[in-house]
Structures are given as structure tokens and as C-alpha cells.
Design a protein around this ligand. Sequence first.
Ligand SMILES: O=C(O)[C@@H](O)[C@@H](O)[C@H](O)[C@H](O)CO
Length: 278
Amino acid sequence: MKLGFGLYRHMLDDEHLKFAKQLGATHIVVHMCDYFNQQTKFSSSDQPIGDKYGWGVADGLIWTVEELSAIKKQIESYGLTWYAIENFDPKQWNHVLFGEDGREAQIQGLKQLIRNVGEVGIPVFGYNFSLTGVTGRIVTDEARGGAQTVGMNGSNEILESPLPNSMAWNMTVEPAATGTRSTMTEEQLWENLAYFLNEIIPVAESAGVTMAAHPDDPPIEVVRGLPKMVNQPEKYQRLLDLYPSAANALEYCLGTIAEMTNGNVYEATEHYVALGKV
Ligand SMILES: O=C(O)[C@@H](O)[C@@H](O)[C@H](O)[C@H](O)CO
């Protein structure tokens, strides 16, 4: 087991890297997408909460070998190892998520990105195949000892409101778009995932990168009128079965799995660890 520390992109500085080192972390996970881009609503010193219009504005640029190499060098200068990237930028793959026009062009960009990640030597790429992303968070003081944290507590106005066409994965991707998304079936979403895995896993295999799927956070059935897919522990198995490969693995979020209504987190963990997929 490795002790990793997750950092948002704007936190890649001396203060946060020293802090990770001082805490005893050996490995770093970087959220390369700047979730806070062009927004002034949420404190960038904590996890973004979001509102009906999500977090910030996604730019969709494909991260280059040069920029990834510079970050790797920076991380290594603190005696730390860059182990993983967490999440695509939503604008890199919004058409892939929705299975709509433009996905072929975007999938080429994603392939280039995975090749870049492999070339720089970052072994794991975490992703969250979700139309609405982490949506509807609240701030609550229900953590241990009354500590303040983000959480979910049943349905709320954001979770119930239809997703604007300007958004994907809880960020703005097309600021000028108007109207709202119509729904799709969960099976359609699984087909979109199958397309993604069929295209990306062979590239990841040859690039030496393991793709790691995050479960749905929050793990409920429908968010903003749109389906979720990996919202029960056994559905992770369906994802693995879509493309059996060492490069098709799980970003195993214990917190999200513990919130799921089926099974239990201990049994699920034993199952997926025994498969070598965590
Ligand atoms: O940091 C957190 O608590 C979450 O926002 C992430 O783990 C998130 O669920 C994943 O990045 C998937 O989007």
C-alpha cells in the first residue's frame, strides 16, 4: 500500500507539497483540471461545493508532455512520486460522456492524452464516467467531533434541477449554450462507457497506463434528470467485464462505496482487492 496525497492543480506549490511530505505521504495524485477556473463563488482552499451552474469553466486543453514533465519534476524535487492523475477535464470528453456528435474527435484527444501520460511515466489515470459529476454537495458539521465537511443529505434543489446544456460533469463546458439536457437511459450510458473503454483501454495498455474508474459520487439513481451507472458495488464488476484488461481497473473510493445501498463496503473491498483491480 502507498500513502498518497491528492492535490488540486492550483495547489501544486511549495506550501502544499511540503505539507504532503510532512504528513508522511510518499505519492501524489493530481487533479489536473482546474475546477475553480473563472469562478469566484467557492473557496479554492477546499473542495468545490457547486451550485446549479456547477464549479468553474472547463477549457478542454489536452495536457502536453512538456507541462506534465514540468509538474513531475516539481513533485519529485520534494522526494515525492507522481502516481496518478484524477479526472479528465469535462470539456476533453463531454461528447464522449453523452455519446453525441463530436465524440470521435474527442476520443482522439483522449488517446493523445493517455499517450502523453504514459510517456511522462505517470502510471495511473483516474476517471469518473458521469454526466453530472459530483453534484449537490452541502456543507455540514457532521464529521467526527462536529468537524465541518462536505456531504450529501437526501435530495435538494440542485439534484432535482435539469442539467443546462452548457454543462457536463458539473462544470461549464459551452458557456453560450442554452436550454437543458433531455434524459437518456442508463443502458445508453453503459453503451457510451463501452465505446470509451473499447477505444481507450488498448491505447492505455500500450502506453503503460492503468485506467481507474471512480464510482458515482453521489451513488444515487438519477441526478438532474440523468442516470448514474456505478452506483452499487456489483456494478463495478459490469464495468470490468466490459473490457477485461490489466489496464481496466478501479479508483476504489471507499467513501462512495460505503454510501451505496447494496452489499457492504468490507465484502466489496475483499472482492475487488482479490481480483487485483484496486
Ligand atoms: O475529492 C473528493 O472528495 C471527490 O470530489 C472526488 O473523490 C470525486 O468524487 C472524484 O474525483 C470523482 O469525480
